[in-house]
Design a binder for this molecule. Structure first.
Ligand SMILES: Cc1cc2nc3c(=O)[nH]c(=O)nc-3n(C[C@H](O)[C@H](O)[C@H](O)COP(=O)(O)OP(=O)(O)OC[C@H]3O[C@@H](n4cnc5c(N)ncnc54)[C@H](O)[C@@H]3O)c2cc1C
Length: 310
């Protein structure tokens, strides 16, 4: 029984979501191999080889993988899938883009968003926006799984000494071409990897106020900024800051929610945070039911005061 983890990387280094997937892979039992499909990706492969728990790194290097097009990466995974009992992807935008293609071609059911491995064929996953946990058992020969990164600790980036083996790169699937990437520039920590997240809700009232009130607090704490969907839909914050069921799932050490009511769809994205601080002027707001520290106050006074005091 051997598990393959599909690495998420930028060719030079491994992205942190891969480390959580490695921990899930170790829990599946058996050896853990990591596939790095990239272009000039020796750096990423070397980084993967040092990850604790990894027995072997497979490097498929080709221009076709330069931009991680899902069609090409899926073809590569399928080319080597026969050797594996489990194939694990982080449940990120890119992992979720490739995994279903692999599962469909292998004619198996994808097991999505697992948060726990009970045994090699039995897994736990949240349903109903995290309000219930389903235990699912799979009889498929190969388990194609996406891993909720907040459900597993990150594997250590050192301590491993896996061999890096070059494998033949699958041909370009020819179904898609890379046109361009427009990357939002951000000096802040990445939302899903940040240790501290400060989020604002509809109460902020405008994009200008959102910036004016939330940014100084985030700067003081070295935090990533998040937002509720209402704040995003109203144009107060960009789409990629949305936390929740249809946004990003975060579990930082500290989550500060200002002017967020705490709808279940928002809680689904942050309730596993270690310490939750809520600032809301309505003492009945549902966010207080998950908060470790609650402040019933007007955020336009409380947040600047907090930033000043830090
Ligand atoms: C299918 C589906 C998916 C969804 N996915 C998501 C998701 O991923 N993420 C998400 O966030 N939501 C999501 N939602 C929307 C969710 O149901 C809520 O509508 C949304 O989270 C509300 O955002 P909010 O808390 O900012 O706004 P509101 O619910 O309007 O709450 C604003 C809060 O601010 C407080 N407030 C007002 N003024 C002040 C002040 N001056 N000082 C302090 N507090 C103040 C109010 O008391 C209130 O509690 C989804 C909904 C659906 C149906």
């Amino acid at each position: 029984m051997t598990t393959l983890v599909i690495a998420e990387h930028d060719n030079a280094s491994i992205k942190s979501a891969t480390l959580n997937a490695v921990t899930a892979a170790v829990a599946c039992g058996g050896d853990v191999h990591v596939l790095v499909a990239g272009h000039n990706a020796q750096g990423a492969a070397d980084a993967a080889s040092k990850v604790a728990g990894v027995a072997k790194v497979l490097l498929a290097d080709s221009a076709a993988f330069g931009h991680s097009l899902a069609e090409n990466v899926a073809a590569q995974v399928l080319a080597i899938a026969g050797d594996y009992s489990h194939i694990l992807f982080p449940a990120t935008a890119s992992g979720k883009n490739v995994a279903p293609r692999v599962a469909a071609k292998l004619d198996v059911a994808q097991i999505s968003d697992i948060i726990k491995v009970d045994s090699p064929d039995t897994f736990e996953r949240p349903i109903y926006a995290g309000n219930a946990i389903a235990t699912v058992q799979s009889g498929d020969k190969v388990k194609v799984i996406t891993v909720r990164t907040t459900g597993f600790d990150a594997a250590a980036t050192s301590g491993g000494s896996a061999a890096v083996e070059t494998v033949a790169a699958a041909a370009d699937a020819g179904k898609s071409t890379f046109v361009k990437a427009e990357l939002a520039k951000n000096d802040r920590p990445e939302l899903t990897a940040a240790k501290i997240v400060v989020s604002g809700g509809r109460a902020l009232g405008s994009a200008e106020k959102f910036q004016e009130v939330m940014t100084p607090l985030a700067d003081k704490l070295g935090a990533a900024i998040g937002a509720s969907r209402a704040a995003v839909d109203a144009g107060y914050a960009p789409n990629d800051l949305q936390v929740g069921q249809t946004g990003k799932i975060v579990a930082p050490q500290l989550y500060v929610a200002a002017g967020i009511s705490g709808a279940i769809q928002h809680l689904a994205g942050m309730k596993d945070s270690k310490v939750i601080v809520a600032i809301n002027k309505d003492e009945e707001a549902p966010i207080f039911s998950v908060a470790d520290y609650g402040l019933v106050a007007d955020l336009f006074t409380a947040v600047p005061e907090l930033a000043k005091a830090l």
